[in-house]
Design a protein around this ligand. Structure first.
Ligand SMILES: Cc1ncc(COP(=O)(O)O)c(C=O)c1O
Length: 384
């Protein structure tokens, strides 16, 4: 039988690594050191308490929790609009907020609303793999801009100008996954201006906002009325499995996105939207989580250095370190397999994030409990 265009999509390897780690965990002999999970970007902190209480109340209220409007419950959309005002000082009408099935659900909506099949969309490498894989599945053409430590792994206007053809879109992520690097607000502003003038639709992935460790964060909404902003409750709000995120849409994409969302998803999960709205009131808990990641960041930055993994940029945000392991191994996939087998540490090979150069890099995630990160550092110092 025929297999469709989806056949060209590569795996999201981190999920394969997670499966291998689960399989190994299931067969560990009693008393063996547990598997330390540094492969996925899954906060170890769990659903905020206030969100849990709101879910319990909703379940007891007798509300049928049926479909919501396709772009989300009006109170949640209004609350997100207020958040945009509180964090960035921008006034966005709730009509331009779309609640989505995580940031992941937002990407397919944003890409289909913004681009046609065959359109070129530029992005920096290393990148979050689903950008490239989802664009490819939708028949769009990712244009990868190889970025290095000298530009903080972020793209520049010069790189866009050097392209033989102007792309239809640009994806930015700040803080970025896998590097944790950030654009300075003035760099983001300049890229927004450039894209607006050149007619390039900017998609700004702001999922790691709130998880920054000293550098100022800015949103593309502050500088551009035509950018699409993607965000999520998965990271700062610690709600990965609830599958709820949001977009700030430019006016010209609001209705087309709504039509796509109606047809593709009907609506995001109702109960998760209730949890998400309540999570906004859990600021103290969320800030305590952030402080834990900051402590883990310090432990891992120092520990990796001491364990001989010297080549990485200290991350500005998110909860990842993207380390060059070329001095220790020729191939990061084999290196990660070995690390799991000998040290019971799961980490992600860089090939997921950069098909051309990722064989030299490994991503370590540091959002697991702090004790696990301390344990990981101790284990990494031991020979394999
Ligand atoms: C940069 C980036 N964008 C988007 C996502 C997807 O997040 P969500 O759980 O909201 O679908 C992730 C998840 O790790 C990510 O790292």
């Amino acid at each position: 039988m025929k297999i469709g265009a989806g056949r060209v999509v590569p795996p999201f390897r981190v999920m394969d690594v997670a499966r291998a780690a689960n399989e190994r965990a299931a067969t560990l002999p009693p008393g063996a050191p547990k598997i330390l999970r540094m492969e996925v970007g899954q906060p170890g902190t769990g659903l905020p308490q206030g969100a849990k209480r709101a879910v319990q109340a909703a379940l007891q209220s007798g509300d049928a929790l049926g479909y919501t409007e396709a772009l989300g419950r009006p109170p949640l959309r209004a609350r997100i609009a207020r958040h945009m005002q509180d964090w960035y000082g921008v006034e966005i009408p709730a009509a331009r907020i779309a609640v989505t099935l995580g940031a992941s659900g937002a990407f397919s909506l944003a890409f289909l609303a913004s681009f046609d099949q065959g359109d070129k969309v530029a992005l920096a490498a290393p990148y979050y793999p689903p950008y490239v894989n989802t664009l490819t599945a939708l028949g769009m053409r990712p244009v990868v801009l190889p970025c290095g430590i000298e530009t903080g792994f972020q793209p520049t206007i010069g790189m866009l100008e050097a392209l033989p053809e102007r792309p239809a879109g640009l994806i930015l992520a700040s803080p970025a996954n896998p590097t944790g690097s950030m654009l300075a607000p003035e760099e983001l502003a300049a890229l927004c201006r450039y894209c607006d003038e050149a007619g390039i639709r900017l998609i700004s992935d702001e999922i790691y906002h709130g998880l920054t460790y000293g550098k100022p964060q800015a949103s593309a909404t502050q500088f551009s009325a035509s950018a699409v902003v993607v965000n999520s409750f998965s990271k700062y709000f610690s709600m990965t499995g609830w599958r709820v995120g949001w977009m700030v849409l430019p006016e010209d994409l609001a209705r087309v996105t709504e039509r796509l969302a109606q047809n593709m998803f009907i609506c995001p999960p109702h109960i998760a939207q209730i949890a998400a709205e309540a999570a906004f009131a859990c600021g103290d808990e969320l800030e305590a989580n952030r402080a834990t990641y900051q402590a883990a960041r310090g432990v891992l930055v120092e520990g990796l250095g001491a364990a001989g993994y010297a080549t990485f940029a200290p991350p500005d945000g998110a909860f990842y370190i993207y380390a060059d392991i070329s001095g220790r191994a020729a191939d990061s996939a084999a290196f990660c397999e070995q690390l799991l087998a000998t040290h019971n540490i799961a980490a992600t090979p860089g090939l997921d994030f950069d098909a051309a150069r990722g064989g030299k890099f490994v991503r370590f995630s540091y959002c697991a409990p702090l004790a696990d990160i301390e344990d990981a550092v101790a284990r990494l110092k031991q020979p394999g």
